[in-house]
Design a protein around this ligand. Structure first.
Ligand code: CA
Length: 381
């Protein structure tokens, strides 16, 4: 079967499964359980039974971001009639939360679900796969990755550096700026703070005099509670409420200028990827694509009520970062991009393409998108 026919067949079957209420989003069918309407893929005895473990960077409690990994697994199982099963595991089970890429690269685990910017220490260009400070929103990130050559460049980088292939599989949208144990009235108040923040945002904060730490999501609460850190960012109201940060800090700032639209991704060891039948490769790609959409939708659907509840249940003060913090952060971000470009040829070549795309999409989005949002949020009924 050629690829076009195969994809058409999958689309037809997915529609049929949805109509019968069999799609993963419709119910609680366990991953790996047989699909009642077993389709031709499941009946094709030439397709192997494969069971994979998936290392993730996430705590189980977060049905948004860990949910992205679960979505990939559920969709792959549904589309293969239970022949290809993947078991997502919480951070720390198969690998520490910030070492998912390491175990996938080694082949100790065939695949992972993580954020590429956790690995900027290996090569700074990994940041483009997630987010750059003052970079792209969710929509813009998808446009760059899928339609402007971004994913192709990132996949080439991963293949060369890590022997891994990756696909976008989730996004959080613009994040919040995080939780602080003291009021930030101006840039001077940032100096000396100990803050949990990963990726290039951490390097920008460092330039502002902040002492940065990278901790996995499951370790932030305790660090805040014990005073080991003075501030922390994670994602936004829904996740942050679950992790309980409002119980141990007083000030909640926005926006998370370091993460305007961070992409999460699945990472697959290239040797394992190459061993998969082409049908399973296509299914895995499709499942990742679906998780990419569903995670963003879930955050958007859950964040508004979570924020309202957070504010009504605690005396947390919500505030925007002061203008001088925003301006100094943007300046420091572009200084950092220049430094990375001078030191790293991979970063330099991807940055050139990325910066040109950013400029053009921001011009376009500043028209209809921005003016509509501005009217709807401030002047509309
Ligand atoms: Ca974050």
């Amino acid at each position: 079967m050629n690829r076009r026919n195969f994809l058409q067949t999958v689309a037809t079957r997915t529609a049929a499964a949805t109509a019968l209420g069999l799609a993963a989003g419709c119910g609680a069918r366990q991953v790996g359980a047989p699909v009642p309407n077993a389709d031709a893929i499941a009946q094709d005895s030439s397709l192997p039974e494969i069971n994979w473990q998936m290392a993730t960077s996430w705590p189980l409690a977060l049905d948004t971001i860990f949910g992205g990994a679960q979505e990939v697994a559920a969709r792959v199982a549904a589309m293969t009639g239970g022949k290809f099963t993947i078991e997502p595991r919480a951070a720390g089970e198969l690998a520490p939360g910030l070492e998912v890429l390491d175990v996938v690269q080694q082949g100790a685990v065939p695949m992972g679900h993580t954020a590429s910017y956790y690995y900027v220490g290996k090569t700074p260009a990994t940041a483009f796969g997630t987010a750059l400070p003052f970079g792209l929103t969710d929509r813009q990130q998808n446009a760059w990755l899928f339609e402007a050559g971004g994913l192709e460049m990132m996949q080439q980088l991963y293949a060369e550096k890590f022997g891994v292939i990756q696909f976008p599989a989730g996004n959080t949208g613009v994040q919040m700026g995080g939780w602080f144990n003291k009021e930030i009235k101006s840039l001077a108040d940032m100096e000396g703070l100990k803050m949990r923040i990963p990726g290039l945002g951490a390097k920008v904060m460092d330039k502002l005099g902040v002492t940065v730490q990278v901790l996995p999501g499951g370790e932030i609460f305790q660090a805040l509670q014990t005073g080991a850190i003075d501030a922390a960012e994670w994602v936004g109201p829904y996740d942050d409420q679950k992790l309980g940060f409002h119980k141990v800090t007083k000030f909640y700032y926005y926006p998370g200028w370091w993460e305007p639209g961070p992409t999460l991704e699945i990472q697959v060891n290239l040797n394992e990827w190459n061993k998969l039948p082409q049908e399973y490769q296509e299914i895995l790609k499709t499942a990742a694509h679906e998780a990419n959409t569903i995670m963003m939708a879930r955050y958007d659907a859950k964040n508004p009520a979570a924020l309202e509840q957070l504010l009504s249940e605690s005396d947390v003060q919500l505030a925007p970062f002061p203008d001088d913090v925003m301006a100094a952060s943007e300046e420091a971000s572009f200084e950092l991009f220049d430094e990375f470009s001078a030191a790293d040829t991979d970063f330099a070549s991807i940055f050139k393409e990325w910066a040109a795309f950013r400029e053009s999409i921001q011009k376009w989005h500043s028209l209809a998108e921005a003016s509509y949002m501005d009217y709807a949020s401030t002047k509309g009924s």
